[in-house]
Design a protein around this ligand. Structure first.
Ligand code: M6R
Length: 366
């Protein structure tokens, strides 16, 4: 059942070229210039005209929501608020009739997310679900939705569900932006090609496995780790840190790289591994200065970079090269080496990767 892999988590990491392909199937065709989401019809115009979008989720699903915030705002020019479902539901939030809520959940059973949906719905919001488990509770209470089609995810650490969620949310953003006229035909077509290239690029990122095992060996005994990214890669930093702490029990923090000098920089010394997600995008020059700041304090830098990057190689202790992609879709590729890194570190530390202590696959109690 683990298909020859030692753990479900590793199997699921390796499934991602296939699962993202399944997420895209029947929805994107660059050749025909079309992008359709069967579950977004009746409320498509509501979304196009939305004054704002509220995104709800927990854990990794919340991280996927953060990536979506960047792409919805940049492409579709709709203001987005991303909220932890647990906070949203208890703080008497301001919800207007006709507000659009996107609820993200792999299991479709997370108690806080479900309750937050019910609350928003009772105030007149339109709820769109992005779930993986077909027929689960959340899809039954939403107005419309799109399944992620990643297939069953057994490992407690979410991997293929995250890449599928970001893929669906990005498709939504691109589709809404195009219909709304905030992106032009050329950009739209360019993004369709980018979507179709994702499975091959993920496949390439998986080939870093040997190199990642070597890096894991070097840092497996650390007590702390820092993950830093900017822009679209900031949520990837959060996700990398969450993966590491939940399965290896190493304390890890994810931060927007620029926030480092407002506190976390004090933690940096030669015993602190700092993982940068530093692909060539609009914040590239900025993140290079952040890498310099860490090196100046003798931190151990592991950098996820774009293939062929000549600059960071000379600064970082280790570089992991991933294929170039449009920056909005880079999280789907850049997260792969971070999943593998946590996995190998956890295995080396003798942890129960698929069933970490104190955690359940779906959190059905608040
Ligand atoms: O099933 P959901 O997506 O609603 O679950 C949300 C979180 O419980 C989940 O992402 C959790 O944080 C994972 N263990 C992260 O790997």
């Amino acid at each position: 059942e683990k298909g020859g892999f030692e753990h479900f988590m590793l199997k699921e990491i390796y499934e991602q070229p296939r699962s993202v392909h399944d997420t895209l199937r029947g929805r994107v065709s660059a050749k025909q210039g079309h992008l359709v989401l069967g579950g977004l019809r009746q409320y498509l115009h509501t979304m196009i005209n939305a004054k704002r979008i509220i995104i709800l989720g927990c854990g990794t699903s919340w991280h996927a929501g953060l990536v979506a915030e960047y792409i919805f705002e940049e492409f579709a020019r709709i203001p987005v608020e991303v909220e932890y479902a647990s906070e949203f539901r208890y703080r008497n939030p301001v919800i207007y009739e006709g507000d659009v809520v996107i609820a993200i959940s792999q299991s479709g059973e997370t108690a806080d997310t479900l309750a937050a949906i019910e609350l928003a719905k009772s105030k007149g919001a339109i709820i769109f679900g992005v779930c993986n488990v077909v027929g689960s509770s959340i899809p039954r209470v939403t107005h419309e939705g799109a399944y992620t089609h990643a297939g069953p995810e057994i490992g407690v650490a979410s991997t293929k569900a995250f890449t599928a969620q970001v893929t669906v949310l990005s498709m939504m953003a691109v589709m809404i932006a195009y219909r709304k006229g905030t992106i032009k035909e050329t950009r739209f077509r360019e993004m369709l090609v980018e979507f179709e290239q994702l499975p091959d690029k993920i496949e390439k990122a998986l080939q870093l496995d040997q190199q990642i095992q070597y890096i894991a060996e070097q840092i497996k005994d650390a007590d702390n780790a820092l993950f830093l990214g900017r822009g679209y890669n900031f949520p990837v930093a959060l996700e990398g840190a969450l993966k590491l702490k939940e399965i290896s029990y190493i304390h890890a923090e994810g931060y927007p790289a620029a926030e480092m000098k407002h506190g976390p920089i004090a933690l940096i010394d030669e015993a602190m591994p700092v993982v940068f997600i530093a692909t060539q995008d609009s914040s590239y020059e900025k993140i290079i200065s952040n890498i310099r700041e860490v090196k100046a304090r003798h931190g151990k830098v592991i950098a996820v970079v774009t293939e062929g990057d000549a600059e960071i190689r000379h600064m970082a202790d280790h570089v992991l090269e991933v294929p170039a992609a449009h920056e909005a879709l880079m999280p789907i590729i850049a997260v792969i080496p971070l999943q593998l890194l946590s996995y190998h570190i956890a295995v080396m530390r003798g942890c129960n990767v698929d069933q970490p202590r104190n955690l359940a696959k779906s959190v059905t109690v608040e």
